[in-house]
Design a protein around this ligand. Structure first.
Ligand code: NAD
Length: 429
């Protein structure tokens, strides 16, 4: 995002919103309210660096819309963070929370920094400084942060500790992404991947196909992909290939076994970043193909679960005629140009902000459990997650059928109309 006129995510988020605002025929005031954040904070965080010099870091928090409940969204540490990226992500959080019908709004935050070049002590000061700047404007009833790109549970605990020190009391519901035992929720690790498959299961049901008669190809082999595969295999499906990034060769590969991959065997040769050991995979009988091969397979289901912009104009035509469902585990895996082609091909798409909303739904459960200081067993968390995801799936698919809308448009229509309604109910517009 550093190069001036390049792609601006906030403009893209606004363009998506405008399209749905037209479908919904929203009035001018509601459009104006929803296509911009309600509040933005831009501030400086002075940090005494290890070499004794003081360095100033730029921090952000954007609260897009809290008409349905406290804002919710991650904090990113990134050297190229910009306010427009944070604005776009905050808006997308509003729609994601609304599509799964959880009583939260959308927020996002960030700090322009690269944690790879900061000591633990310097990172701790950034976290504490971020909270000191915002303590009056965030909190369990206002805005609940979470981990995101390059932030983790340790950062969340430093932030929580600072918040509690300022207010002189315990507020575990201030932040999510905490470790289990320190206010975290069981089931969070599985939540996003399982959530993807809860929606796939329901889509197959609607299409009249038994999961055991289906095959899938998955891009990515990290947190989302691994748990999506686990549950899909439990339902009886067969995954014939996965792809992952190879840090040594700096490119991606596809690992294929026509008889079906063995999840446990692949996990044993996978590093903590979701990279698979190529040599060992070969020894285990996997065919090693080009990273792009995952999209060309003759399967029923494609699950992009790696990074953004993976289904594009240049490769969308390679999708097999056999593919019936694309379940977007990753955020933004499909470009708008490729999306048009998929729509024409009549492939059933479960859009990202519905398919991968299991993560934020479980974060909401963490917040609820933290606020009441009583924690559920894993089965209870997962069964509540299933209920929420299944209900969200049907709300979208039924609207899509009723109004003859593309699934992505139907999901946006549901979210935006829910948020617009909350704004009207409160008398804001
Ligand atoms: P992760 O870092 O655990 O795993 C990413 C995987 O993608 C790794 O296996 C990596 O090797 C692979 N990968 C990276 N670049 C690739 C490429 N060019 N080709 C093939 N494989 C590649 O990440 P994750 O948490 O599983 O997240 C995956 C996606 O899901 C991201 O878009 C993320 O924003 C989104 N998401 C994650 C969550 C969550 O709770 N983890 C929630 C919502 C959305």
């Amino acid at each position: 995002m550093s190069s001036g006129k390049a792609f601006n995510p906030f403009e893209m988020a606004q363009a998506q919103f405008d399209k749905v605002a037209d479908i919904l025929n929203l009035d001018e005031a509601t459009r104006d309210l929803l296509r911009n954040p309600l509040r933005e904070y831009v501030f400086s965080i002075p940090v005494r660096m290890d070499d004794g010099k003081t360095k100033i870091f730029r921090g952000f928090r954007v609260q897009h819309n809290d008409s349905r409940g406290p804002n919710k969204g991650g904090i990113r540490f990134h050297p190229h963070e910009t306010i427009d990226t944070v604005r776009a992500l905050a808006m997308w959080m509003t729609w994601k929370c609304a599509v799964v019908n959880i009583p939260l709004g959308g927020g996002k935050g960030g700090v322009v920094c690269d944690p790879h070049h900061l000591s633990m002590g310097e990172q701790e000061q950034i976290c504490r400084g971020w909270v000191r700047q915002l303590a009056k404007n965030v909190g369990p009833l206002q805005d609940v942060p979470a981990p995101d790109v390059m932030t983790n549970a340790q950062h969340m605990l430093w932030m929580l500790d600072e918040f509690e020190a300022i207010y002189g009391a315990k507020y575990p519901g201030f932040i999510t992404g905490k470790p289990v035992g320190m206010g975290g929720s069981l089931g969070r690790t599985e939540a996003t991947g399982y959530g993807v498959i809860y929606t796939v299961r329901e889509a197959l049901k609607e299409l009249g196909i038994a999961p055991k008669d289906t095959t899938a190809s998955v891009q990515g082999f990290g947190n989302v992909a691994q748990y999506a595969i686990e549950l899909y295999l439990q339902l009886g499906g067969k995954v014939i290939c996965v792809s992952s990034w190879d840090h040594g060769d700096q490119c991606s590969y596809t690992y294929k076994k026509m008889s079906g991959i063995n999840l446990q065997e692949l996990l044993k040769i996978t590093d903590k970043f979701g990279g698979i050991d190529k040599t060992k995979a070969k020894e285990l009988g996997y065919e090693i193909l080009d990273g792009a091969a995952w999209i060309e397979q003759d399967v029923d289901i494609l699950i992009p679960a790696a990074i953004e912009n993976q289904i594009r104009e240049d490769n969308v035509t390679k999708i097999s005629k056999k593919v019936k469902i694309i379940a977007e585990g990753a955020n933004g895996p499909t470009t708008p140009e490729a999306d048009k082609v998929i729509q024409e091909k009549r492939i059933f798409v479960i859009p990202d902000f519905l398919a991968n909303a299991g993560g934020v739904t479980c974060s909401y459960f963490e917040q609820v459990q933290s606020n009441m200081n009583y924690f559920w067993e894993k089965d209870e968390v997962l069964s509540k997650l299933d209920t929420k995801m299944t209900a969200a799936y049907y709300a979208v698919s039924e609207l899509a059928k009723k109004k003859k809308l593309y699934m992505r448009d139907a999901a946006y229509v549901i979210s935006i109309s829910r948020v617009a309604q909350a704004c009207r109910d409160r008398g804001w517009v």
